[in-house]
Design a protein around this ligand. Sequence first.
Ligand code: COA
Length: 404
Amino acid sequence: MSPSTVVDRGLEGVIVGATGLSNVEGLEGRLTYRGYDLNDLAPNASFEEVCYLLLFGELPNRYQLEDISVRLAANRRLPQALIDWMQATPKNAWPMDVLRTMVSGLALFTPVMEDGAHPSNPRAAIALIARTPSIVAAWDRIRRGLTPIDPLPNLSTAANFLYMRTGKPPSPEAERALDTYLILLADHSYNASTFAARVTASTRADIFAGATSAIATLEGDLHGGAPGKVMQMILEIDQPERAEGYVRELLARGERVMGMGHREYKVRDPRAFHLERMAQELGDASDPKWYAIARALEAAADNVLREHKPGRQIHANVEFYTAPTLYSLGIPADEFTCMFACGRMAGWTAHILEQLADNRLIRPQASYTGQARLPWVPLDQRGRRDAGRSGLPNGASPASEAAS
Ligand code: COA
C-alpha cells in the first residue's frame, strides 16, 4: 500500500483512537462522561464522584464515594522537599511553570519499580489528582510571601483548595462553584493535552511522564491558556459599554477574541452555560461588575465575529466564563490555567490508564517537504553560513572567505 499524501493539518476531523471516557457532540453542543450528560453531572454530582466515574467506569455507590473521598484527602499533603523546592523558587516564576515542574517532581518522591518507572494505576492517579491542587495552593501562598497551609482531611477537594489558599473554610456557595468548575473541566475526549498524555503513555512512559506532558500542552492560549487572557480583556474593557469598540479594535489588529471559538463545538460550548450562571451568582454576592462586562463582551464578540467571519461558528467556549467565575472566587488570572489542570488531572490520568490498558504506540507519519536526495558533500567543500549572512554557494573556499 502506498503511503497517503493527504495532510490533515491539526488532525481536524481525524479519528486517532477510541475512548469510553467522554464524548463531545460538537454540533448538538453535548458533552457526556461515561454516558452521563454533563448537564446532569454539573448540578448533581461532586468532583469526587466524577473522579470515580472517570477512573472506574461507573458512578460510585455511597461506600465507594466515601472510599475515594478518603483516599483523595489522604493524598493531599505534599512532600516537604517539594515545598522547600517551591520556597527556593523565584517568587516571580509563572504558576504554570511551577505546576509543571512540581508535578514532574512528585515522581521523585514516589517509589519506583525495578525498571525505574512508577506504577501507573488508579492509586497513582488518585495521588496526582489530590496533589495537583495542593501544589497550586502552596505556590499561591509562597509567591505572596506566606507560609503554605496544611490540607484538611475532612474537606472536599474544592473546599480544601480554597482553604489552603486563605486559611479559612470557604462559604458553601464558593465551595459549590469551584466543585462544579472542577467537574466541568474534568474531561473532554482527545483534546490537545489529553492527546499529548496518551502519546506519552503509548511509549509505555509512566503516569507522571504522561501528566507532565499534558500540563505542558495545556498552557498555550489556543487551549488552557485562554482564560487569563479573557480576564485581561475584561479588566481592560472596564465598562460594559466599551466592549464592542474593544472587540472591533482587537480584530482590526488581527488578534483573536480569547474564550471564543472551538475546534469541536459549532454552537455555544455546553460548559459555558453553567459557568455563566456561576459567574453571575458569585458576582451578585460580591462584585457584579466582572460578570456584566463578560456578558457585554460575549454579545459584542458574537456580533462582530458574525460580521468579520461570516459562515464561521465562533461562540463562547469553556474558558470565557471561567474568567469571571475564578476571579470572583479570589483566584488571580495567572493561576487560571493551573485551575484547569486541577480539574483535568482526573481526565488525563483516566486517559493514561485507558491507553495503557489497550496500548499501541502512537506514531503518525508526516509528508516530507524537504530536499530530495542530495549527494554527500565533504566538510571542506561546503559553503560557510555566517551569522547574519545567508549561505554562500557550496564549494566556496573557506580560505577566501577567511580573507574577505
Ligand atoms: N477570534 C477571532 N477569530 C477567530 C477566533 C476567535 N476567537 N476563533 C477562530 N477564529 C477564526 C480564525 O481567525 C480563522 O479565520 P480565517 O479562516 O479567516 O483565517 C477561523 O476562525 C478558523 O480558525 P482556526 O484557528 O482554524 O479554527 P480552530 O478550529 O483551530 O479554532 C480555536 C479553535 C480554539 C483555536 C480558536 O477558536 C481560537 O483561537 N480561539 C481563541 C482562543 C481560545 O479561546 N482558546 C481556548 C479554546 S477552549
